[in-house]
Ligand binder design. Structure first.
Ligand SMILES: CC(C)(COP(=O)(O)OP(=O)(O)OC[C@H]1O[C@@H](n2cnc3c(N)ncnc32)[C@H](O)[C@@H]1OP(=O)(O)O)[C@@H](O)C(=O)NCCC(=O)NCCS
Length: 406
């Protein structure tokens, strides 16, 4: 099924991206760590995926806590205070709980008293779907400022004996603020697709109404992510370029007009195939999967925030956010960048993760959330300075230049 949102009519308000922010947990899980858990090698992982390391949330962190940090940073970058946000839309496939929504927890954690808050579930395409929803709210005049978050804590849903999946995924969160503007509309195009014949190519079998949680589903290992890698790869390479092109066309642009593609960070070979399909050099593709792996719905907003803060995007540039994922789903947003990139580090520096708390019920405590396979990694001391490397970034410096800050 394909949806075809119309561009805003002259009567509707224009939508501007005014804030962006991201958060990545400090602890790093390297390919060398995975070599000690499963029959794999750094050489295999790097050559087949491009991933060198990924982040792992600490025991006290959750999808909501990471989403709240990224969200507060995006709000600060936009020059707003939390109570100016009218709607909070959070994309995740790893919510804190089945209910309430993770967005509701984020609303309280960031100190917002006014917003409508809800989650969107479209797996790795979730952030783009949430972005489209936020854009429609604003264009319809139903909201002035919408906080859109992609946040994932995937490392608690991986099978650390399955080498085909546990090497791919990591944790983190990214966010943007979309705002209504009275200024003239800039080019924008959105495309989303859903192909349910791929429904069981990436899935988490148990815990839902078809197979509620039980000792038996746990024993069968059905609460962990399963994936048919080759089929998923085929879908990604088939769909990413066509979805991106559809969005670009709807914005009235051509692929050659796009200054930077910010694709879902799943596999470097998929991104290279997209560049080839679009006949574009890899310099037009933003890549940070070597440092984060696949963070699902968080991947595109983390990449966007880093690309902007690294000086890869300037006002007037045309960019494309494009993702694919379970469902099978895909989604793309083509847009003109209008915000001042210099605001990114200001927003990041304004929020310290240790100041953000997600409230727990007074009469309940969770069991230890840490997968036994990751206990050793999470017990290691964290090198200070990992979390906020962006304030010393010189605009225009090459991608990954600050990965040496560890
Ligand atoms: C998962 C993926 C990296 C595997 O790469 P691939 O080149 O397709 O590899 P294959 O699945 O064909 O497996 C090739 C061999 O490597 C082995 N292998 C799989 N994972 C391995 C690992 N981590 N280390 C070493 N060997 C591994 C397989 O068992 C297979 O061995 P065999 O030939 O003896 O059966 C790739 O299919 C992929 O990226 N798919 C898309 C996944 C994705 O993006 N998911 C998220 C969607 S949002």
């Amino acid at each position: 099924m394909s949806t075809h949102p119309m561009p805003p009519s002259p009567a509707s308000r224009s939508v501007r991206l005014t804030g962006w922010g991201r958060y990545a947990p400090a602890q790093v899980l390297t390919n060398a760590d995975l070599e000690r858990m499963v029959d794999t090698s750094d050489e295999w992982i790097v050559s087949r995926t491009g991933i060198r390391e990924r982040r792992v949330a600490a025991a006290h962190e959750t999808t909501a806590s990471m989403g709240a940090v990224a969200g507060l940073r995006a709000i600060a970058t936009a020059g707003l205070v939390p109570d100016e946000i009218d709607v909070i839309i959070l994309a995740t496939l790893t919510p804190d709980y089945w209910m309430p929504s993770t967005a509701a927890l984020v609303k309280e954690a960031i100190g917002n008293t006014r917003a409508t808050a809800f989650d969107v579930m479209a797996a790795c395409s979730g952030f783009v779907y949430a972005y489209a929803t936020a854009s429609a709210y604003i264009a319809a005049g139903m909201a002035r400022h919408v906080l859109v978050i992609g946040a994932e804590l995937l490392t608690r849903f991986l099978d650390y004996s399955d080498r085909s999946t546990c090497i791919l995924f990591g944790d983190g969160a990214g966010a943007v603020v979309l705002s209504a503007s009275d200024e003239a509309a800039t080019p924008v195009g959105i495309e989303m697709t859903t192909e349910p014949q791929g429904a069981y190519m990436i899935w988490l079998p148990a815990g839902g109404s078809k197979s509620p949680p039980s000792a038996e589903t746990i024993a069968r290992g059905e609460h962990k992510i399963r994936m048919e890698g080759r089929e998923t790869y085929r879908f990604a390479t088939r769909t990413l370029a066509s979805t991106a092109l559809a969005a670009v066309g709807r914005a009235g642009l051509h692929a050659g007009d796009i200054d930077l593609f910010i694709p879902h960070q799943a596999n470097i070979r998929i991104i290279e195939a997209v560049a080839k399909g679009l006949d574009l050099p890899m310099e037009r593709m933003y890549v940070n999967l070597d440092r984060y792996g696949n963070t699902s719905a968080a991947s595109v907003p983390i990449a966007l925030a880093e690309a902007v803060n690294e000086g890869r995007v300037k006002p007037g540039d045309h960019i494309v956010l494009v993702a694919f994922g379970a469902g099978f789903t895909s989604g793309a947003v083509a847009m003109e960048w209008t915000a001042d990139p210099a605001r990114g580090p200001i927003g990041d520096a304004a929020v310290r993760p240790e100041d953000v708390r997600v409230r727990l019920p007074v009469d309940w405590d969770s069991v230890d959330p840490i997968p036994p396979a990751l206990a050793e990694v999470l017990g290691r001391p964290v090198v200070p300075g990992v979390e906020l490397p962006l304030d010393d970034v010189v605009p225009g410096e090459p991608a990954h230049a600050h990965s040496s800050t560890r």
